[in-house]
Ligand binder design. Sequence first.
Ligand SMILES: C[S@@+](CC[C@H](N)C(=O)[O-])C[C@H]1O[C@@H](n2cnc3c(N)ncnc32)[C@H](O)[C@@H]1O
Length: 626
Amino acid sequence: MKIDKSKAQPFLKWAGGKKQLIPELAKYIPKSYGQYIEPFIGGGALFFYLRPDRAILADSSKELINCYRVVRDNVELLIHELQRYKNEEAFYYRSRDLDPDELSPIERAARTIYLNKTGYNGLYRVNKAGKFNVPFGRRLNPQICNAAILRSASEALHRTKLVAADYKTTLKKYAKKGDFIYLDPPYYPAGGYAEFKRYTRKFFYEEDHVELHGVFSELVAKGCYVLLTNSNTDFVRRQYSGFEYRAINARRNISCDASTRHGEDLIIFGSPTRSRRISEEPLLHGTLLEKFPGTRLMGSKYRILSFIWQCVQDLKFDTVLDVFSGSGAVSYMFKQYGKQVYSNDFMHFAYYFAKALIENNEIVLSANDVDGLMKPNRKAGRFISQTFAGLYFTDAENRFLDSIRANIELIAHPLKRAMALATLTRACLKRRPRGVFTFVGDRYDDGRRDMRLSLQEHFLENVRFFNGAVFDNRRNNCAFHDDVFDLKVSADLVYIDPPYVTPHSDNDYVRRYHFVEGLVREWEGLDIQEHTRTKKFRSYETPFSSKDSIYEAFDRLFEKFGSSILVVSYSSNSIPDKADLVSMLKKRKKHVHAYQVPLTYSHGNQGDKVGDNANRVLEYVFVAYD
Ligand SMILES: C[S@@+](CC[C@H](N)C(=O)[O-])C[C@H]1O[C@@H](n2cnc3c(N)ncnc32)[C@H](O)[C@@H]1O
């Protein structure tokens, strides 16, 4: 028998079928991929369009999967069986009332197809007891058996694996790196779930969408290409803000600008290779945030600021305390959104970043100031030149450091001093390969522009960057440098981004940044360990450095700031894990949400390359409030 392959198309009428969206979906099909997996198969429009070599099709409906199996394996008997079905009301209700468990697989499949073609609007709906309850459709001439379509569908299904299971089970079992996965879940309702009751386990509720988002992110982090369709609603757009998405209006046959928000469907695409992962996403364009002099400081949230903002933007708060401010990026974002910001870090250089760009609303370094700073200071000692000779910078650069450090001490204005210290710190970090002081010499010098500029040139360049980043949000922002547990400040929202404890690498900020920390403190009160090659000093003590103390530390923090909204950053390769953090937060707060986004870390950061994970982790933001 000759089969016209071009006819392969859905053999079921499917409410919410994606036939009209195919031209748009087709734009996201990867050039090459492993298996094709569609775990909410429904009518299977994209599958029949693609006809991939290796496919796994799944659905939680046993009836549906049985139907696909029979089409694949017994299409001729099925066609024969379908001949006896009639488009009559009494016949319809008799067939509807049959218990599928008492029928043969072929009879069951024929019944499913029949009910689908003659029932109301091709709906698939079951009652509490799992019984199909769609009324007769009163259609004039439904095609109960289209043999040509069934035969070509059978051919297309030939090499597929058909699975009756929940989508999570399917993906857990089968999804592998490089696979192409299309997720077409029941849509998030346009008006939210207010008028919906959860009456069956199968019903897809808001929390299922939250869970699905987690699965989506995990698949992308695993290296899969993931395509998802859902309703174009605020809820869904916010969920997937870290991914590429487009709104489409395929249903109404009118043209519309696909890039606007006005379509009914949202197509979301997550790819391990395509560049718009959140990790590379540009910061809120056209805003001050673009001016923030970001650093590669370990754990900096610079690349995911817009994601963090998305997680908190609907909450009511006016003051923010960023207790582990690091580079100051998150504080800077909140400052930009008009919040009153308190930043804290126990590293002094981090404190100066915050003082320069968060507390400081107006002071910049003038041309005169810069001249004064660059002038050789004859009274400067030779501490850096002698102590660090040949380790991190050239002799001329070390002499410059001794001199400028002495000049900075001549500045009386504390904010101006902070600007100079922050600028100098960033210049030193930029001038070092990988931005750290864990090794000496120029190992890892990859010839980048940053490696070719002298420290003096970096400093002058950074004066421009820092001056350009100073702005006034008309609030009394303030920087602190306390141990977090000694801090005597509170705020409506407390942002907690501690060093992450991972089994794979230490998270010691002093080991990486001792040189700039010593520089801003002039090594006062610090005992340089002369026997170490790097000439570091003893690390500061913090309970956030080891897995033995981290649980208690989190608990103490949550207690200390228990009356504020708590927002916590953490990652999937760290201890405690997501479930533990959620349960710790739940002890204190009524509502706890966990958001996540895939992120790729660079060298020298937490999550160093392990196996072939390509440094990919999920970055979590937990939001807890009453
Ligand atoms: C993950 S980083 C914060 C990164 C920051 N959110 C950013 O975007 O750059 C953690 C910070 O916690 C600081 N820290 C560690 N233990 C501390 C403690 N006990 N008290 C205060 N700060 C601490 C470290 O100095 C480091 O800057």
